[in-house]
Design a protein. Structure first.
Lengths: 518, 65
């Protein structure tokens, strides 16, 4: 391989947009001014974001750069199965509409910042709260690392960071900028930069799905070439029956898992009201349209004859091959900024968990709110540094493996967090045992798959069924929680005191009705 | 829980699950639309339907309060 040519046109446009976004990130500290020495202001933007800001923030939070790189890459690799991302981001919204406003209300009423805060108060259990915090941090770290992979992919495609000791310098610079403005501006920074990211992403999507198929001879041609290419590597343009269960369980399990990720809960809690979240659950599917159209880029890459074994390079290579270079600069900026937004929210969410539920809870019980915010800010730096080292030092495949594990793990907090919103019948010890078994079995399943896949062939009742390991694990988790709760409650084992009240969960308008009924 | 009976429209949210999580319904090549196999445009259409259902539930819950 010769010296890689730097794509100057693309790079200059990329750089200008990147610098602009960094400026906005720092300026965000002054936007809707609040006391940023308080965790509620730094880490949740003061819980004042209205419909539009929440829409952009959650859009950047749910649909990350990694999604935009990985979903088309999966379609490129296996075909129709990669389209599971679409039913996933469809069923996500009914679940969000039902679950998240309720979580928002109980957190607002009690000043909870993290899901661990809620679990601790609801079930009077420090150990379950710690379990939720650790699971959340563990699941988030590789997710941040993969956002960096998104940035790295576009830098490599532009011929930047190609040689020697300075190989990763551009990535370091990008991340230092991100770390600095997250530190100073908190959640306000990703909220504002998300707006720019979206303008760029939608522009990219619209141009890509019109211009690229036109260039490649239309979708009919794209799909017939793809079918040939996919059959050669055991993929298919249409889902084969043996994958039906895996496809659906992956979609459903991923939807629940996504809503349990700390960064998604943080993004949700920052909105102004439960009603704002409901409105967003109806408006956010617009992003799923963009995702579905981007997923089709996988087929376009097959038809365009893109050949690469590095999955994160599929989309960048396709764009470079089919679009004018200056526009590719815009598209690449969209991907890189699309990585900065969720990476900022993720590091803030992990930092909130550490500060509130580990540092304050176990190391400094008397911490003031200012100390809490300070620790969170510093933690957000450490978390990002950890993710950076991850990408630079450890082979990429481990970040992807851990991301797979993260999805399985985070779903195991579902019975406590989502279940806890509706019932306190679950016994706290049952929840802990269920979580432990779900984590262990889920990890074991992923291990037997060599972490390369998350769909496990479960042999049950003499049949074998391919399904999402996280779903199998959480079903086992939930069954255990129910059985053990029945036993523990029956034996009148102490179950602590609920520090939330029934009215905390209801919209203002229903509190009176509920009071009259009960 | 009398208010629960008044909120039956939340059941509308079951429709997207039925529409999208049973692949035998839609894992087919034909009919195609703009060159897209049925599998793809069917799922994309469901994104829009889900958004509309979300909107309907939102407005129904508006008038009830």
């Amino acid at each position: 391989m010769g010296v890689i040519q730097i794509k100057w046109q693309a790079f200059i446009i990329f750089l200008v947009l990147f610098i602009f976004v960094a400026g906005v990130g720092f300026w965000a500290a002054r936007w809707r001014r609040g006391d940023l020495t308080l965790l509620d202001e730094w880490g949740l933007g003061g819980r004042r974001f209205g419909t539009w800001v929440t829409w952009f923030l959650l859009g950047g939070d749910l649909y990350t750069a990694y999604t935009f790189i990985a979903v088309p890459a999966l379609v490129y690799g296996v075909g129709a199965f990669g389209f599971f991302a679409v039913p996933y981001t469809i069923v996500l919204y009914p679940i969000m509409y039902i679950v998240m406003p309720r979580l928002w209300r109980v957190c607002k009423a009690n000043n909870f910042v993290t899901p661990s805060d809620f679990v601790k108060a609801r079930f009077d259990s420090r150990s379950m709260s710690l379990a939720v915090a650790i699971t959340g941090i563990l699941a988030t770290m590789p997710y941040i690392a993969l956002q960096l992979v998104g940035i790295q992919a576009v830098l490599v495609a532009m011929g930047i960071n190609s040689s020697g000791i300075l190989k990763d310098l551009p990535l370091f610079v990008a991340f230092a900028v991100l770390a600095a403005y997250t530190y100073t501006s908190g959640l306000r920074a990703p909220a504002l930069t998300a707006v720019i990211k979206d303008v760029l992403i939608y522009a990219t999507v619209i141009v890509a799905v019109i211009a690229i198929p036109a260039k490649l001879g239309g979708f009919t041609h794209i799909f017939s070439v793809s079918q040939g290419a996919l059959l050669a590597k055991k993929g298919n343009v249409i889902l084969t029956p043996k994958l039906f269960g895996a496809f659906s369980s992956l979609a459903l399990g991923s939807a629940f898992a996504l809503l349990l990720y700390p960064h998604v809960i943080t993004g949700t809690l920052s909105s102004k009201s439960g009603r704002t979240i409901e409105r967003n659950a109806a408006l956010l599917p617009l992003y799923s349209v963009a995702l579905a159209l981007l997923a089709l880029l996988g087929f376009m890459a097959l038809a365009a004859g893109i050949k690469t074994s590095v999955s994160s390079e599929v989309v960048p290579l396709l764009l470079l091959k089919t679009l004018p270079e200056w526009f590719v600069g815009i598209a690449f900026a969209a991907i890189a900024i699309g990585a900065l937004v969720p990476a900022a929210i993720m590091s803030i969410a992990a930092a909130n968990l550490f500060s509130r539920n580990i540092y304050k809870e176990f190391f400094n019980n008397g911490a003031t709110t200012q100390q809490e915010a300070k620790v969170a800010k510093v933690t957000s730096l450490i978390v990002k540094l950890g993710a950076l080292l991850f990408v630079v030092v450890i082979p990429l495949k481990y970040a992807i493996y851990l991301q797979t594990l993260g999805g399985i793990w985070i779903l195991q907090t579902g019975p406590a967090i989502i279940g806890g919103l509706w019932t306190r019948w679950f016994h706290k010890k049952a929840l802990l045992i269920g979580w432990l078994v779900g984590m262990a079995w889920g990890t074991y399943m992923a291990y037997t798959l060599k972490f390369a896949s998350s769909t496990y062939n479960l042999r049950i009742f003499g049949k074998s069924e391919l399904g999402y390991a996280a779903v199998y694990a959480v079903v086992a988790n939930l069954v255990l929680v129910v059985i053990l709760s029945a036993i523990f409650n029956g034996a009148k084992m102490s179950n602590g005191v609920d520090k939330t009240s029934a009215a905390d969960y209801l919209p203002d308008s229903q509190i009176e009705t509920a009071a009259n009924v009960s | 829980m009398t208010e629960k009976t008044k909120r039956g429209y939340y059941l509308l949210f079951l429709i997207p699950f039925i529409g999208t999580l049973i692949p035998p319904f839609y894992s087919k090549m034909n009919p195609q639309l703009f060159g897209l196999p049925y599998f793809y445009w069917y799922l994309i259409l469901w994104i829009l339907i889900t958004g509309i259902i979300g909107g309907i539930v939102y407005f129904l819950s508006e008038t009830k309060r």
